[in-house]
Design a protein around this ligand. Structure first.
Ligand code: TYD
Ligand code: MG
Length: 480
């Protein structure tokens, strides 16, 4: 056998170098490279003798294999993200920040599968069995026949799983705590994580168990340790949320067995994670009923799901030389762009104002379609005119000042109508689509930021002259 050579592995990205370096050349991280022993055993490829290869029969695409029924966890939001339940023999990596609820979600799923009579195993490398039991008791799952273990040695885990009935559902919490005898480096290193994951995945494929692996994420949101684990598994889900708010989103970043645009929505409650079948209602729950200026409702789409959320803006005279621009839940660059367009094409003067923008409920909106809703909230705050309470906004604003169509118009309108919004301010090109959408909210086309500003300014004049009926009649006709 050749002498085992150790190599130097970046603990951030998994890159291998021949010698130690202070900075990883592939990801730029400092002090992330450590020496790791060469892998053997579970991680290494099976030893081959120098014989000639053996021919195997090839198959055609139509095939004879019947797809096995998927394993429904009974947690609808999780099953939806997985593409209609988990596939037997598949491996899924679930990433998320500490404390976001990964362990809670998986113990709930594990208990639900165990209650169907299938063998479901939960292996925790982070908590003792007593701690997991305590949590399960709090969640009302103590009676579920989950098989529990607090173990970290992969060889032992696989031997345990392989004895007795074939398990249907296996949770490994978390992969960073697992280690294999056959690998020399310390637990948590890239080699250990990769080797352990490989061995567990191989077991899942052979036994037909659905394997769920928890993975920690680094501060910049990537699954910690090797990106290679992401390549090895069939699906990668990320569990996101904001510690200050109760909602959690489960997204598929990769899924070999389903669409990646599905999103599962949960709410963290005192009794664990509750599914949220109607997320828009959750996000609009705390909305001010008294119409105040500076708030608009954005008809957004997360993945393939419509999601209404309130966008709040505050435009206030500044006392600083350089006015402040602060934004939470949206991209600062997009805010800067929308402000520039409002100044150049909407005739607004914003240089003397501090501007704050907030997406209510702690959601992060990434869609350009939010431009129009943000602009409406900004203009409303500046003019002091509240926006109509029963209206939603969506549309992408171009640098030319025009409002451009966005995807999923029908979906947005339908969701708005479902939640009682009678009006939608949207890009003009949606006519045909809105008719096919049928039950959607009535859409008012907004072709440019100039017409948005005119519309809101007209409402401002109207609200100022309210109480003087004669004047009001003239201003409304002038605005129309
Ligand atoms: P956990 O599942 O341990 O997170 P992770 O495994 O992703 O690190 O979730 C821990 C958090 O969830 C903790 O801050 C408390 C909260 N929580 C609830 O609010 N309600 C509950 O019923 C449970 C079990 C946890
Ligand atoms: Mg945990």
């Amino acid at each position: 056998m050749a002498r085992l050579r150790s190599s130097y592995v970046c603990q951030n990205c998994g890159a291998i170098t021949q010698r130690w370096q202070g900075k990883c050349e592939s990801c730029g991280e400092w002090n992330a490279i450590i020496e790791e022993g060469a892998a053997l055993g579970v991680a290494a490829a099976p030893a081959r003798r120098g014989s000639a290869g053996r021919a195997f029969p090839l198959e055609d695409l139509s095939g004879v294999s019947k797809p096995e029924p998927r394993i429904a966890t009974g947690i609808v939001e999780l099953d939806r993200v997985a593409g209609g339940g988990l596939v037997p023999g598949s491996a899924t990596l679930i990433g998320g920040e500490p404390g976001i609820g990964k362990s809670t979600l998986l113990i709930q799923a594990c208990a639900a599968v165990a209650r169907t009579g299938a063998r479901a195993v939960y292996v925790s490398g982070e908590e003792s069995t007593a701690q997991v039991r305590l949590r399960a008791a709090r969640l009302g799952l103590a009676s579920a026949p989950v098989q529990l273990a607090a173990q970290t040695l992969v060889e032992d885990i696989i031997a345990t799983l392989a004895s007795g009935d074939a398990p249907k559902f296996v949770v490994i919490d978390s992969i960073q705590t697992m280690w294999s005898d056959a690998i020399e480096s310390a637990p948590g290193t890239v080699s250990q994580v990769r080797g352990s994951a490989q061995a567990l995945i191989r077991f899942a494929k052979a036994s037909g168990a659905a394997l769920l692996i928890v993975g920690h994420v680094t501060k910049d949101g990537q699954i910690a340790g090797p990106r290679v684990v992401e390549h090895m598994v069939d699906a990668v889900f990320s569990f996101e949320g904001d510690g200050a708010h109760a909602f959690r989103l489960l997204r598929a970043a990769k899924n070999r067995f389903g669409a990646t645009d599905e999103v599962g929505v949960f709410e963290m409650t005192g009794a664990g994670l509750a599914e949220v079948p109607n997320p828009s209602a959750l996000f609009l729950a705390g909305r001010d009923i008294a119409a105040a200026p500076g708030a608009s409702v954005f008809a957004g789409v997360e993945g393939a799901r419509p999601l209404l959320v309130e966008i709040q803006a505050l435009v206030a005279p500044t006392s600083l030389g350089t006015p402040r621009r602060a934004v939470v839940g949206w991209e600062p660059n997009r805010l800067a762009m929308v402000l520039a367009v409002l100044e150049s094409h909407g005739g607004l003067k914003l240089g003397q104002y501090d501007i704050y923008l907030n997406v209510a409920g702690g959601l992060r909106v990434a869609e350009p379609a939010a431009d129009l809703a943000a602009a409406a909230a900004l203009v409303s705050s500046l003019t002091g005119a509240p926006l109509p309470h029963d209206a939603v906004y969506f549309g992408e604003i171009a640098l030319s000042g025009s409002v451009r169509p966005v995807a999923h118009t029908g979906l947005r309108l339908k969701e708005a109508a479902k939640l009682g919004f009678a009006r939608a301010f949207a890009p003009p090109a949606l006519r045909a689509e809105s008719e096919t959408a049928g039950a959607g909210a009535g859409a008012t086309p907004i072709g440019s930021v100039a017409s948005l500003v005119a519309l809101i300014a007209a409402a401002a004049v109207e609200s100022k002259t309210r109480g003087k009926p004669s004047e009001r009649a003239t201003t409304t006709t002038a605005a129309g």
